[in-house]
Design a protein. Structure first.
Length: 369
C-alpha cells in the first residue's frame, strides 16, 4: 500500500475572485412614450434596429427612428438602450429618466424623444447629480435660440452652468442630437489612441443648417452646438461643448478615469486579504490607482508636459510630468490618530495633465479600509 504524498508535500489551489469590470461608457439611452415595452420593463438593450423589429417594434415609433439615426453614425455604436416613459399616467419626463437610471446602470448618455423646453431644463438639472455619472443630449428647433431671444433654452442652461448637458440647434432634421450621441458612443472604444472630440465631425443623416454667421455665433455663444456648412465643402458639427462650455470629451474622459480609479481600488480591497495601515499598504493603493491612469494615457487622454497647476506634495509648479500624471500619497506618519482608528488611508493625490482644454486636474482619493 502506497502512502499519500500529502503527508510530505500538501498542495492547495486558491483561485482569486474575479475583479469587477467597469462600465465602458459606450451605450446611449433613448426614451419615449411608445408602448412596445411594458411599463414594468422600463429599459431594454438592443444591438441594432433589426433586433428591435424582431422584438415587436414596427419601425414608425419615435424611439425606433431615433435608434436609426443613432446606429447610422460612423463609427457605429454597438448597442442602445430603449427606455419607456409612461405617458398614460402622471409620470413626468424627469421621473421617467430617473426610473431608467435606476433600472439600468450601464447607459451613459440619454436622449428624450419629443422633449419640450421644460422637460429639457428639468432633465438637465437631474443629470448633474445622477448616479452613476451620466450625460444628457437634446436638440431644439426653437427660433428663439438662433435669434438670441432672452430666456431661450440654451441661454437658460448656460446660466445654470449645466456641466452634463449637450444641446444642439436643428430646425431641419429630427433627432439630430442622437447623431452626436451615436458618434460619441461608437467612437469610445477604449482602445489605444481612441480619444476623440465631437468638434468638426460629420453627422450622418443630419441636414446642415442654413444659418447666417451671426446666428451660428449666437448659438455658439450659448455654448450650444450646430451642424452647418463651412467653406461650401465641409458639413461640420461645432463645437462639441456642454452648456457650461466644457467639451463633451473632457467630461467623458474624467468620468471614465475617476470611475476606473474607484473600481480599481475596490478590486484591490476585495481581492486581497488585507491592505495594511502601513507605507506598504499605501503603495498597494498607489499601484491600483496607477493602472487606470496608464490606461487613460494609452487612450490619449493624458499627455506629458509641464505642470502649471498649484504645487501638490512633492510636485512643484514648473516640474515636468514625463508620463502626464503622478500618484502622490501623504505619509502614514502624518495621519491623525482618529484617521488611523477609522482605518482611513492618507490622502492620495493624482495630478494629471490632460490632452485638452482642461489642462491641469488633481484627483483626490481617500480610502476607508
Amino acid at each position: 500500500m502506497t502512502q499519500s504524498l500529502n503527508d510530505i508535500v500538501k498542495v492547495t489551489v486558491q483561485v482569486s475572485p474575479l475583479s469587477a469590470v467597469n462600465n465602458t461608457f459606450d451605450m446611449g439611452l433613448i426614451v419615449g412614450k411608445s408602448t412596445v415595452l411594458a411599463a414594468a420593463t422600463r429599459v431594454k438593450v438592443y444591438s441594432g434596429t433589426d433586433d428591435m423589429l424582431s422584438d415587436g417594434w414596427v419601425g414608425t415609433e419615435q424611439e425606433y427612428l431615433a435608434a436609426q439615426m443613432y446606429f447610422g453614425q460612423r463609427p457605429r455604436p454597438n448597442k442602445v438602450a430603449i427606455g419607456r416613459w409612461d405617458g398614460s399616467g402622471t409620470e413626468t419626463a424627469v421621473k421617467a429618466i430617473t426610473a431608467c437610471r435606476e433600472a439600468n446602470t450601464d447607459w451613459y448618455a440619454v436622449y428624450l424623444c419629443g422633449a419640450a423646453k421644460a422637460d429639457i431644463i428639468a432633465i438637465a438639472e437631474y443629470i448633474e447629480t445622477a448616479s452613476p455619472m451620466s450625460t444628457f443630449f437634446y436638440d431644439t428647433k426653437d427660433a428663439e435660440v438662433s435669434a438670441g431671444t432672452a430666456g431661450n433654452v440654451m441661454e437658460t442652461l448656460q446660466k445654470a452652468k449645466r456641466h452634463r448637458t449637450f444641446g444642439q440647434y436643428c430646425s431641419t432634421t429630427t433627432y439630430a442630437a442622437v447623431a452626436a450621441m451615436g458618434y460619441a458612443m461608437g467612437a469610445n472604444t477604449g482602445l489605444a489612441n481612441s480619444a476623440f472630440t465631437l468638434a468638426y465631425k460629420s453627422e450622418v443623416g443630419v441636414q446642415p443648417e442654413a444659418l447666417t454667421t451671426q446666428q451660428v455665433n449666437t448659438i455658439l455663444g450659448y455654448n450650444g452646438n450646430v451642424y452647418t456648412n463651412y467653406g461650401a465643402t465641409y458639413n461640420l458639427l461645432v463645437r462639441g461643448s456642454m452648456a457650461d462650455g466644457v467639451h463633451f470629451d473632457e467630461v467623458l474622459n474624467l468620468d471614465m478615469l475617476t470611475t476606473d480609479i474607484q473600481t480599481s481600488v475596490m478590486n484591490a480591497l476585495t481581492t486581497g486579504p488585507k491592505i495594511p495601515q502601513t507605507e506598504e499598504g499605501v503603495s498597494l493603493l498607489v499601484t491600483a490607482i496607477t493602472a487606470p491612469c496608464e490606461a487613460a494615457r494609452t487612450r490619449g487622454v493624458i499627455a506629458p508636459g509641464v505642470w502649471k497647476g498649484a504645487p501638490v506634495l512633492g510636485l512643484k509648479t514648473g516640474d515636468t510630468l514625463s508620463t502626464g500624471y503622478m500618484v502622490l500619497a501623504d505619509s502614514i506618519a502624518n495621519q491623525s490618530q482618529a484617521d488611523r482608528d477609522a482605518r482611513k488611508s492618507p490622502p492620495i493625490y493624482v495630478p494629471i495633465k490632460m490632452a485638452g482644454a482642461i489642462e491641469h486636474v488633481v484627483i483626490g482619493v481617500v480610502v476607508n479600509r
